[in-house]
Design a binder for this molecule. Structure first.
Ligand code: NAD
Length: 499
């Protein structure tokens, strides 16, 4: 695939002005006048200044979103018009692909090729996917007793708050915005303070193209205060949160002590990847597993951070994977040669380094990495070498706690039952992988793995048509597929007496 050149000059210019909140179709400063800086994780340089939303700004966004929800400009669109609106947004994202990919890389630190090839196309396509669902959501005709007709219908919920993290800032927001708008809701999006730029730009693009009525899409940039205000707001009907398990619990608490708004949570993971000794093509298994773990600088919720490897092939596996980690080139995320960019922000960078020290203290064997990349010392960027620990016990903290960075644990097992036991011995349950050339074993193990998604012989398959989401402390509910439509509608049962 050919990659359009990055728009660095354009971005430099765009970043010169500070960025505001997008409420009711207008750009506005925060009521407190507070701002915060967006920092480039590649070199610690300030990119721009953003408005910091507080409680009052959230109140204003809720008023605007409520008004737009009730307003006929949005409510009375025909299904075809609503679908066309979503298709137009998809097209606008495609037209601005290089621009948005440039901002994502400047803000998040992932390579430009990752932003351009992985994040951007899906951010656009998800709008087309949900546009096509708009006229395909049916209720049921329910077989009740004679004399009555009973049927169900799916209705929009109302004002939806969408809170997203910094690892796929635009993409994960679009995963929520598209189905929410498709079902006729209005939204307030809150990005992570570390990566707000692409969503600011998306709102500008949508405003310039006049595709949405005012107030249907609102953006509040900020952090904890805005997030808490959204969780606890009485005027919000639904909150969809993607982020850490710790904050997800606070969101659920905020919803429960306020108005019991509907909550969906996409949270953390510590996903296992079991590799049996019957695999015929170990090179292919290592290659795919390595890619699934370390792409996007290993800041992916569903990545396989615990490789559970049969003892008979453990040494061969180590001999194949360690050179891969050693060969990774960290550096300028805009260079086509770079494999791995900078970790997203300073606190996160320090957290990963602390976990690496912890792994050493816990007695795991450091096989690769274990330190910052030399380029970090040159330019101050948050670069960490891909790190692999061998001889890890699943009880170690590095195997139990989500690190969300390039730190992989290798754990040995003796038999199938032990592999499943280790895989499930975690309070997370987002994803799991199993590699085996024995079809019966594949089914047996996949059924026993306690995870929302199981990948057999190819870790990391994603498709809009397939539900995405975890169990246990990895979350509530599913995104993608028709499951997301259920998350953004309420079901009404209507009775009609006819005799
Ligand atoms: P985080 O939980 O720190 O922050 C997520 C969002 O919540 C941010 O927008 C943040 O500003 C906001 N927030 C902070 N405090 C809040 C509060 N008290 N109330 C409401 N909102 C608040 O997560 P992060 O560090 O941005 O992202 C990394 C985490 O996201 C990892 O745990 C990762 O596994 C998870 N994640 C999960 C998925 C998934 O689909 N399951 C996808 C991507 C990332």
């Amino acid at each position: 695939m050919s990659i359009e050149p990055a728009k660095l000059d354009w971005a430099k210019n765009w970043l010169k002005t500070s960025k505001s909140l997008f409420i009711g179709g207008e750009w506005t400063s925060s009521q407190s006048g507070k701002t915060f800086s967006s920092i480039n994780p590649t070199n610690r340089e300030k990119l721009t200044e953003l408005a910091q939303a507080g409680k009052i700004d959230v109140d204003l966004a809720v008023i605007a979103a409520r008004k737009a929800f009730e307003n006929s400009d949005w409510k009375n669109l025909t299904r075809r018009q609503r679908a066309e609106t979503l298709n137009k947004i998809a097209q606008l994202i495609r037209e601005h692909r290089a621009e948005l990919a440039t901002l994502e890389t400047l803000d998040n630190g992932k390579t430009y090729k990752e932003s351009f090839i992985d994040d951007l196309p899906e951010s656009a396509d998800v709008f087309d996917y949900y546009a096509a669902w708009i006229d395909k959501v049916y209720g049921d005709s329910v077989p009740v007793e004679k004399g009555f007709i009973n049927f169900t219908q799916h209705e929009p919920i109302g004002v939806c708050a969408l809170i997203v993290p910094w690892n796929f800032p635009l993409l994960l927001a679009c995963w929520k915005i598209a189905p929410a708008l498709a079902m006729g809701n209005t939204v307030i999006v809150k990005p992570s303070p570390f990566t707000s730029l692409t969503l600011v730009r998306l709102c500008e693009i949508i405003q310039e193209a006049k595709v949405l009525p005012k107030g249907v899409l609102n953006l509040v940039t900020g952090d904890l205060e805005a997030g808490e205000a959204l969780s606890r707001h009485l005027g919000i009907n639904k909150i969809s949160f993607t982020g850490s398990t710790v904050v997800g619990k606070k969101v659920a608490e905020g919803a429960s002590v306020s108005n019991l708004k509907r909550v969906s949570l996409e949270l953390g993971g510590k996903s296992p990847n079991i590799i049996f000794d019957d695999v015929k093509d170990l090179d292919a298994v290592v290659a795919r597993s390595f890619q699934a773990m370390f792409s996007h600088k290993a800041e992916k919720c569903s990545e396989p951070t615990r490789f559970i490897i049969h003892e008979a092939i453990y040494d061969a596996f180590v001999a194949k994977i360690v050179p891969k980690a050693q060969a990774v080139l960290c550096g300028d995320p805009f260079s086509p040669e770079t494999d791995q960019g900078a970790q997203a922000h300073e606190a996160h960078f320090n957290k990963i380094l602390n976990y690496i020290e912890l792994g050493k203290k816990e007695g795991a064997t450091l096989l690769a990495g274990g330190k910052v990349d030399p380029i970090a010392e040159e330019n101050g960027g948050f670069f960490i070498r891909p790190t692999i620990f061998g001889d890890v016990k699943n009880s170690m903290r590095i195997a139990q706690e989500e690190i969300f960075g390039p730190v992989l644990c290798l754990i040995k097992f003796k038999n199938e039952a032990e592999a499943v036991q280790i895989a499930n011995d975690t309070h997370y349950g987002l994803a799991a992988g199993v590699y085996t050339d024995d079809a019966k074993r594949a089914h047996r193990v996949a059924t026993q793995l306690d995870a929302g998604m199981v990948f057999v012989n190819h870790y990391g398959c994603y498709d809009f048509a397939s539900p995405f989401g975890g169990v246990k402390q990895s979350g509530w509910g599913k995104e993608m597929a028709r499951n997301s439509l259920e998350e953004y509608t309420k079901l009404k049962s209507i009775w009609v007496r006819y005799s």
